[in-house]
Design a protein around this ligand. Structure first.
Ligand code: ATP
Length: 446
């Protein structure tokens, strides 16, 4: 399902501009004019991305005994993609406007006979376009040596299913999860990172018996909804279910979770019942038996799969849109405009900088560095020493730092610091010895 363009593009522009200004996300290869559909995560962006990946990993793998992890290669045997159907069928239908040269995905056009950019009716006939990115492996660049960058991170999970099952002694039902890059030669990359050509997926394939698989489908739906509302703090107005109109022939159910981006509703995650399709295909193409032997009943069968598949980049974009706020602090002086505070209200657990450490004066830099040293192995911290304290608070607000620890002239005497809360702006005096306990509670709820 694609985005419907509507509402608050202004917010989108602000988010994109903040991302560039503060080093969250910018275009790849900018000095060469950029490279369409490719994005770099800068210093704060890469910390945010790692935190989001870690949150998902913790939620899906580390806190469950029946889900294990995988970190597979991006390029795998080319037959993988023949078996999965990607080489033959993974494509979109596109056409071009002959007049203004705009390219369209036909399924996204409101009126497939008219160019929405210039109104011309002179369009090329629709033609198929495969989204797989190709490369060559080995010294000869010919048909035989073509390999593909994976179009989804889940296929290697199916290839390694037996190895993982044996190595971990897992019995059904159990899941295998992976976070990793995927590549699609999207015809119309757009909406910032929403539709990129290189992106990160966070996917989990849950293997179970066919009987009861719809219950697992419901279970994962519920888990994933809770993750968005409880862990990321998205409100019930910001996300919605979007059941698929058409199901793949092997699927019993499929639904997306959509987020209300400034440009309209867009898919964040798909929860799919995949039947036995993938294992069946790889069994056929590899000649290897992919069946599971039930140790209790002695029955042999191909497990059914329920998948949860989410884009990390889209999650980050949703988090940024959700977090962006502008507070108005009315100025005391007549005739002056209200003071605007830009703030990213990230959940503390995923904020790129969780604790800013700020000396009140340059003379306190060493003491502040000492305080930072005490906590930097537990949290992502930044020592911010330049500019007046007000400006530094603003800078930390803008990158979404939930807590600022200020070291002042009393610190030496009372062994305490002042902690400023990003959202309430309340300030609390806390003993340095109690700092970890205080921050653990605020950031993780421990
Ligand atoms: P869409 O309909 O938006 O093209 P899709 O249905 O093809 O997405 P899936 O193949 O189900 O997407 O991939 C799972 C998830 O991977 C999506 O929910 C999305 O978050 C993410 N994703 C897919 N394509 C892209 C892309 N081009 N750029 C960024 N993220 C993507």
């Amino acid at each position: 399902m694609d985005v419907q363009e509507t509402s608050d593009m202004n917010l989108m522009e602000k988010v994109v501009s903040l991302c560039k200004r503060r080093g969250f996300v910018f275009q790849s290869s900018e000095i060469y004019g950029g490279f369409n559909g490719f994005w770099d995560y800068g210093p704060y962006g890469s910390m945010l991305k790692k935190a989001v990946e870690q949150l998902w990993w913790n939620e899906m793998v580390e806190t469950r005994n029946n889900v294990v992890g995988l970190d597979s290669t991006i390029i795998c045997h080319p037959r993988t993609w023949k078996a999965s159907g990607h080489v033959d069928r993974f494509g979109d239908i596109m056409c071009d406007c002959k007049k203004c040269k705009t390219r369209f995905r036909v399924d996204q056009m409101e009126d497939p006979t008219t160019c929405s950019n210039c109104g011309s009716k002179d369009l090329t006939p629709p033609r198929e376009f495969n989204l797989m990115m190709k490369t060559y492996v080995g010294p000869v660049f010919d048909e035989e040596h073509i390999a593909y960058l994976r179009a989804e991170s889940c296929q290697p999970i199916f290839l390694d299913f037996n190895l993982i099952r044996i190595a971990t002694r897992q019995q059904l039902p159990f899941g295998i999860a992976q976070v990793g890059k995927a590549f699609r030669n999207e015809i119309t990359p757009r909406m910032f990172t929403f539709r990129s050509r290189e992106f990160t997926q966070m996917e989990m394939e849950f293997f179970c018996e066919d009987e009861g698989s719809l219950d697992w489908f419901e279970y994962w739906k519920e888990q994933r909804w809770k993750y968005y509302t409880e862990k990321l703090g998205f409100t019930e107005d910001e996300i919605q279910w979007a059941p698929h109109d058409k199901l793949a022939h092997y699927a019993k159910a499929a639904v997306d979770i959509e987020f209300k981006f400034p440009f309209g509703w867009g898919e964040l995650e798909g929860i799919h019942h995949r039947g036995t399709w993938d294992l069946q295909q790889h069994q056929e193409f590899s000649g290897q038996n992919m069946e599971y032997l039930d140790p209790v009943t002695g029955k042999r069968f191909l497990p059914t799969v329920v998948e949860t598949s989410v884009g990390c980049d889209r999650t980050i974009l949703a988090i940024l849109c959700h977090a962006y706020a502008e507070d108005k602090a009315p100025t005391q002086k007549e005739g002056m405009e209200d003071d605007i505070r830009i703030v990213l209200r990230f959940p503390p657990r995923i904020a790129p900088i969780q604790v800013g450490v700020l000396p009140l004066s340059k003379k306190l830099n060493d003491k502040a560095a000492e305080v930072q040293k005490k906590i930097q192995q537990f949290y992502r911290t930044e020592l911010d020493v330049t500019g007046n304290i007000g400006k530094r608070y603003r800078r930390q607000d803008e990158i979404g730092t939930p807590f600022c620890v200020t070291v002042d002239f009393d610190t030496e005497n009372d062994g305490a610091v002042t902690i400023r809360d990003r959202d309430t702006m309340a300030q609390e005096r806390v003993a340095i010895d109690q700092l970890k306990q205080y921050l653990d509670n605020k950031i993780y709820g421990w």
